[in-house]
Design a protein around this ligand. Sequence first.
Ligand SMILES: Cc1cc2nc3c(=O)[nH]c(=O)nc-3n(C[C@H](O)[C@H](O)[C@H](O)COP(=O)(O)OP(=O)(O)OC[C@H]3O[C@@H](n4cnc5c(N)ncnc54)[C@H](O)[C@@H]3O)c2cc1C
Length: 398
Amino acid sequence: MLHADRATLPALDPGDPASLDDLLTDDEKAVRASVRQMLDRSAEPFIAEWFERGGIPNIRELTKELGALGVLGMHLEGYGCAGMSATEYGVACLEIEATDSGLRSLVSVQGSLAMFAIWRWGSEQQKQEWLPRMAAGEAIGCFGLTEPDAGSDPGSMRTRARKDGSDWVLDGRKMWISNAPYADVAIVWANTDDGVRGFIVPSDTPGFSAPEIKHKLSLRASATGELVLDNVRLPESAVLPEARGLKGPLSCLNEARYGIVWGALGAARSSLEAARRYALDRVQFGKPIAAFQLTQQKLADMSLEYIKGYLLAVHLGRRKDAGLLRPEQVSIGKLNNVREALEICRTARTVLGANGISLEYPVIRHQNNLESVLTYEGTVEMHTLVLGQALTGHAAFR
Ligand SMILES: Cc1cc2nc3c(=O)[nH]c(=O)nc-3n(C[C@H](O)[C@H](O)[C@H](O)COP(=O)(O)OP(=O)(O)OC[C@H]3O[C@@H](n4cnc5c(N)ncnc54)[C@H](O)[C@@H]3O)c2cc1C
C-alpha cells in the first residue's frame, strides 16, 4: 500500500474537493471543454436575459451551433450523429445544464426524445430523411406524449389515430411539449386500434398547430407548447413502423432521463460554486460569511450531495456504455440527482441572501428551472414507485 506524505499529495481544488475529475478520461474532458467553450461564447452571457424575456431570440442559429458542436443526437450512431459514448453525452448534458436547464431540455428533447424515437423505431427512409438535418440543428424536433388529462399515466391518452384508406388521421391534444412552438417536426404518440403508435408529424401539416404556453415561471428559456391535432392526415410512411405500445415512448424517455441524471448536476454545480464564491466575498459581522460555521455546514452539505450525485452519474454512465443500464437504475439516478440538485439550489439561494433571488446570479434561475425537471420525464413520485417496486416486487402505481 502507498503511504503518501501529505506534503507530496496533489493540492486540493476547492472547486472539486473530492477530485472527481480523475473519474473522467481525456476524451470526456475534451468534450467538456469544447461544450463549455461554445456555451461561454454563445449562451452564458445572454442566458439571464433569455430567461427574463421568456425565450431565446436566435433559437435557430443557436440550435445550428449546438448541431455543429455535435451534441444533438450525440450518443447515436450514423446519420450525421456524433456517435459518442453515453458518458461523453452525460458530461455534455452536465455542462449545458450548468448554463441552463432550458438549454439542456432543448438538447435532450431533440436528441434523446425526437431523434432517438426515429433512430430506434423509424424506417430507413425516415432516418435518412430526418436524422441528418436534426443532428445538424437544421430541423428542430419535439415529442408529444403528455396530454391535459394524461401525465404520469400516459396509457390513458385520448389522442387517436385512425386508418382512412392508406392514410392515418390524427385527432387530439398534447400539453406541455418542449420545443413545440418552433419545432419543424413532432413525434406524436396516439392510440390506435392496435395500441399506442408513434407518428412523425411535420409542423406544416394541415390541422396541426403548436400554440405556446405562456406565464411559466420555470424553464423560461425553453419554449413549451400545446400540440393541437385537428383532423391531421398523414401518409402510411409517417408511422414509426417498429414501435408498438407504450414501450415506444418509454424507451425514449429512458434515454432523456439518463441525460437528466447528469444535467441536473450542472445546475447544482453552478449554484454551489456561486454560493461558495459569494460566501467568500460577502462580509458581515466583520468576517466573510464563509468563515461562519453555519455557512460552512451549508457548503459542506451541498458539496457532499453533489459528490454523491456525480459518483452515481459516472457509475450509471459506465453501465450504459457497457450496455448494462436498466431503466430502474436510470430512475434511481433521476430521482436522486434532480431532488438533491434542487435542494442544493435552495440552500445556495439562502447563502446569497437577498441577492439569491436576483437574476444577476444564476441560483434562483436554476432553482426555478429544476422545479420543472423534478416533474418532467417522470415525477419524483413515479421514480420512487419504480424503485419501490424494484425493492419489493410490488407495483404501487394504481
Ligand atoms: C416545462 C415542462 C416541459 C415538459 N416537456 C414535455 C415534453 O416535451 N413532452 C411531453 O410529452 N411532456 C412534457 N412535459 C410533461 C411532463 O412530462 C408531465 O408534466 C409529467 O409527466 C407529469 O404529468 P402531470 O403534470 O400531468 O402530473 P400528474 O400526472 O397529474 O401528477 C400530479 C401529481 O400527482 C402525483 N401522482 C400521479 N399519479 C400518482 C400515483 N400513482 N401515486 C402517487 N402520486 C401520483 C404526481 O407524481 C404528481 O406529484 C413537460 C412538463 C413541463 C413542466
